[in-house]
Design a binder for this molecule. Sequence first.
Ligand SMILES: [Zn+2]
Length: 430
Amino acid sequence: MKLEKLSASTILRNGTIIDPVAEKQFKADVLIEDGRIAGIGGQINHEDAKSIDCSGLIITHGFCDLHVHFREPGREDKETLATGSRAALAGGFTRVCVMPNTDPPIDTPEAVANIIDKARELPVHIHPIGAVTHQQQGRQLTEMGSMRDSGSVAFSDDGLPITNGSVMRMALEYGGMLNVPVINHAEDIDLRNDGLMNEGAVSTRLGLPGNPAAAEINMVHRDLELARTTSTRLHVPHVSTAGAARLIGDLKKQHDGISAEVTPHHLFFNDEDLLGFDTNLKVAPPIRSEADRQGLITAIRQGVFECIATDHAPHTTEEKEGTFDLAPFGMIGLESCFGAVNRILVNENDLPLMELIKMLTVNPRNIMGFDNDLLTVGEAAELVVVDTGAEYEFSRAHIQSKSVNSPYLGRQLTGKIHYTISKGNLAVVQ
Ligand SMILES: [Zn+2]
């Protein structure tokens, strides 16, 4: 990937534009001047403009990921805001929300402001999510109001569930007053126990302790009930089970404040892929059964999930090279996201491309209240140019993250990012 400043005038020529707001697809050129959209239409002429041939390629809003871990401060050996930004650009993302489980956690207004400060000059938009409780210990609420004022777009103790129902209820009530979503890592830790992978036939075969689907379903059920009774905003992250998807779908019919995300890896893999003991497939919540994977795809068709979120979680090779029981939970996911979900959802399961694009663009922006008017003259250019038909083997060369803990290495993906345009920068990915 090559990262350069956008020329004063750039024309994206002969591309097919997918406008996920108007739900329209059409052929046009896009003129970008001084980092802003200056014209969209047929055959734009501009003598001094740098021309980028986009024939056969899709141009759409830059992707937005509500759930990444960039490890700064504290574990800059795994990822930094700067290296995470490069991983985002390589995956077509121009906007990400970073989770607060850093060291120390983002649990004060100053810590929120610090992330915003450090991210100002970086090539993608980075929004901090603040911790719900002090030190993410699950007991005492943080100063959510002042943290929101400092720029926290949502609240979560992600990585750790909020086990105390009363604390979760208060967090939802404050979140409701502040009009921001609360995101709870939905695992009942008592039920999860020491589970390392999905509980089922495969865990028995491998002799590994299992984490039952009920660990997620239980916690999602509690959170949905609290969101319903407090009339607040709950965003359910990385749903892995068909059972939790069903509960979310049911409650959504009665209550407006519920949104949910699904990760590429819970759509791409099933627990049989763990037969090779690839520690990069050790994630929380775990990769589930094929029935769960199919249930998640069905739920997408039914509109249960607003968005795809990667849960990009970098870890060092040394840590992931340990035995399966000792390796940390998590995988990177930004660079492989589009190629993975486009293959599974559009190619193999006939989801309309427009629906997938909405799950990567307008829908996550709507949940966080970000600007969605991106294909309008005068707006800062925040775009991605994609070849949706490209088939390729995902390799180390595609990774920009500081860590390489990806189970997609060696896997066939469909859909390649060519260019990402963000904050006056042009990332030439391919
Ligand atoms: Zn989580």
